[in-house]
Design a protein around this ligand. Structure first.
Ligand code: COA
Length: 392
């Protein structure tokens, strides 16, 4: 008998600071409508130096893991393009912070914004052959393009943690998916740089081309059409990108279905609009936003489009499960977003420069101002010092 496998739980974390896009537009001499409407972003997470991808992942994962889950996790797959070491995996730090058992595999996966999707699919394959196992999949990143660059409005950061199990509560993955790879220089970050290099318009075109390719291939493999879908979730480093992808396929739907799919898209981009770019986590925050704000029914089929520059694209789908709302803490996500503090453009610029540099010198960070349970206290002897509030 085939085992039903998929996403059982989702947790989300983004730091306690944000920058309003009207303030950024005004500071850069741009029309705020370009940022809010043209790009489709209202707020952007600002990452204090006391948070990196490891602490953000721990803050997301700790929300969903019960002591029983912790004992049965067999693998941690950490998708990120903001790794903190050229050799050691972020997943190993995370497994330690979460007190996971020693008989756990913990590895990092890198392919730009696609890493978490690779993790999800590898996790699903593993659970299909080991149905009692649970796999923790992370998508965590800090999107940095640089001050006063064209990409500045598409920055942000945060982490999504997903528990992949048999008989999942949220989304049962369909076994078929479609993927596509080509060697493309649309976005990359050479060793030694903390900011990405990007040709944003070219990247958007490649993203749209890949979507067309995998969507066509998925339909050929499954004989499904757009009529089989209640909603789509897209990789949205900025929300306009997903809107353009949806527009490509909407003409395939009836007028009523176009209305429903557009409404679902609006729901799927609400939270991303207020957090900004999560790179690997962007698709999964969008999925969570759809679950939180969308008008969905158990049994609905949701299509997910993942894209990582460089480039890899994948389209897969899943069926919403009867008790899907039990798989995430809606109120906690609302509270996390509502409790954030707006920073001025000057404070954002200062914090942007304060992220741990590449020199390796010892540093103690101002930990008292960060309310997160897990935080980065500094660096000693070239080693990051991770802490939990309970140790302070
Ligand atoms: N009111 C409303 N909309 C406006 C506007 C205004 N006053 N001014 C401009 N716009 C619209 C433009 O028409 C355009 O819309 P379109 O894309 O639908 O045509 C959009 O705003 C962006 O304007 P544009 O002039 O193209 O902006 P830009 O040159 O600053 O570049 C990006 C925008 C997104 C390309 C740039 O921010 C970037 O490179 N970001 C990084 C992209 C990325 O992350 N790529 C990899 C991810 S996979």
């Amino acid at each position: 008998m085939t085992v039903t496998v998929g996403i059982d739980q989702m947790g989300f974390y983004t730091p306690h600071l944000y920058l309003d896009m009207t303030a950024l537009a005004q500071a850069r001499g741009d029309d705020p409508a370009k940022y809010h409407v043209g790009i489709g972003q209202d707020k952007q997470a600002v990452i204090p130096p006391t948070q990196d991808v490891v602490t953000m992942a721990a803050n997301a994962a700790a929300q969903i893991l019960t002591p029983a889950d912790q004992k049965t996790i067999k693998m941690v797959l950490f998708g990120t393009e903001s790794g903190v070491d050229n050799s050691k995996a972020t997943a190993v730090y995370l497994a330690h912070l979460l007190d996971l058992p020693a008989d756990t595999r913990a590895i990092e996966i890198k392919q730009a914004c696609y890493g978490a999707t690779a993790g999800l699919q590898f996790a699903a394959d593993y659970v299909r052959s080991h149905p009692t196992a649970k796999v923790l999949v992370i998508g965590a990143d800090i999107a940095r393009y640089g001050l006063r660059t064209a990409g500045e409005v598409t920055q942000g950061g945060g982490a999504v943690a997903m528990l992949v199990t048999a008989n999942p509560r949220i989304l049962a993955l369909d076994p078929v998916s479609s993927y596509h790879t080509a060697d493309v220089m649309d976005f990359w970050r050479p060793l030694g740089r903390s900011e990405a290099l990007v040709d944003g318009k070219y990247s958007t075109n490649v993203y749209l081309d890949f979507f067309r390719t995998v969507w066509t291939d998925y339909q050929a493999q499954t004989h499904r059409t757009i009529a089989d879908f209640a909603a789509f979730a897209f990789h949205i480093p900025f929300t306009k990108m997903g809107r353009k992808a949806l527009r490509q396929i909407l003409p395939e739907a009836t007028p009523d279905q176009q209305t429903a799919l557009t409404a679902a898209f609006e729901a799927s981009q609400l939270d991303n609009r207020n957090v900004g770019n999560l790179y690997t986590g962007s698709l999964y925050l969008s999925l969570l936003s759809l679950l939180r704000h969308g008008n969905l029914q158990p049994g609905d089929r949701i299509g997910c489009y993942s894209y990582g520059s460089g480039a890899e694209g994948e389209f897969y789908s899943g069926r919403l499960q009867p008790d899907y709302r039990a798989g995430f803490n809606d109120a906690a996500v609302t509270a996390l977003l509502a409790k954030r503090r707006a920073v001025s453009v000057a404070e954002y610029e200062e914090l942007f420069q304060q992220q741990l540099d590449l020199t390796g010198t010892d540093v103690q960070l101002p930990v008292g101002t960060d309310p997160a349970p897990y935080y980065l206290a500094g660096r000693q002897h070239q080693q990051r010092q991770y802490r939990h509030r309970s140790e302070a």
